[in-house]
Design a protein around this ligand. Structure first.
Ligand code: SF4
Length: 295
């Protein structure tokens, strides 16, 4: 899987704040980071080293924005042409709200190429479904829950559909290619994470988890989770959180070199590739117990 072409995930409240702050919650992206490489998690969550957008992540952001707003239109107006026409205004709006995006592409030719690539992803979307026949229950839905252990789970779900019978379908758009089998499991883990959160929030297990890969001819991966799946996901997240807490206490954030290192934005700092680690940010002062319990 090309991590550069994943959706530019918001930080999803995964403990981001001033450098050194202990993480206080898990998002699917950050859980995935730790599973991929503990040091990558450290760079992102503990050191909070900025990762400016790339054209690939920006394209994902733009396509997601258009697909979200497309459903603001009356059903009959959600056509491929309407979606394409939203690209430039949406890009302008995103740039107005984010100077780093605005600085990313300044050349007209590059902008045209960028918009054309986003348009191709939208074409891929329309090959997969007809939005005129859908009325999503939720879009870009921020969800948060707390497990009995106190671990908080948070994230943004691209879309949730609800059938007349009340069945829920979680939908996630991917502007990247369909992942290799090894990475398909990690994409599915993200979806099970969301299914677990919805189960905790609403007491209903989503019927379908649907990953929509928009590039090329497009492809849809579907999975129906059951209670055993979600209980296993919960146990896995608890174990992950314990491992993160141990690393936090010991300062032992080991690199785990793998295929994704070629896309890692922090490779130059990584000891596995001859880099020198920056010192860990100092731990913030201990918080009062009442606050810590709520952190
Ligand atoms: S280069 Fe690889 S091993 Fe090093 S931090 Fe990045 S993902 Fe981890």
């Amino acid at each position: 899987m090309d991590i550069e072409i994943e959706k530019a995930a918001p930080d999803e409240g995964a403990g981001f704040g001033v450098a050194g702050d202990p993480p206080s919650a898990l998002s699917p992206s950050r859980a995935g980071d730790f599973m991929t490489c503990p040091l990558l998690y450290r760079f992102r969550v503990i050191d909070k080293i900025p990762e400016p957008p790339t054209t690939a992540t920006a394209r994902g952001t733009l396509v997601h924005a258009v697909l979200e707003r497309l459903f603001d239109l009356p059903a009959a107006s959600r056509t491929p042409v309407a979606a394409q026409e939203m690209l430039v205004p949406e890009w302008t709006r995103l740039c107005e709200g984010d100077p780093m995006l605005a600085e990313l592409i300044t050349d007209d030719e590059e902008r045209s190429r960028f918009v054309a690539e986003a348009a191709a992803a939208l074409t891929g979307y329309f090959r997969l479904e007809d939005p005129r026949r859908l009325e999503p229950a939720e879009r870009e839905w921020y969800v948060q829950t707390e497990l009995p252990s106190g671990l908080r789970l948070r994230g943004y779900i691209d879309r949730v559909d609800q059938s007349p019978a009340g069945d829920l379908r979680i939908v996630d758009y991917k502007t990247g290619r369909v992942p290799l089998e090894a990475y398909e499991a990690s994409a599915l883990f993200q979806m099970k994470f969301y299914a677990l959160v919805i189960w905790k929030l609403r007491g209903v297990i989503p019927r379908v988890l649907q990953l929509m890969y928009l590039s090329g001819n497009g492809e849809v991966l579907r999975y129906s989770p059951d209670e055993a799946d979600l209980r296993a996901t919960e146990r896995k997240l608890e174990a992950l959180w314990q491992a993160i807490s141990r690393a936090r206490e010991t300062g032992d954030w080991r690199p785990r070199p793998g295929k994704l290192c070629d896309w890692c934005r922090h490779k130059a700092l990584c000891p596995a590739f001859g880099g020198t680690l920056p010192p860990l940010p100092p731990l913030p002062p201990a918080r009062p117990a009442t606050v810590a319990a709520d952190a």
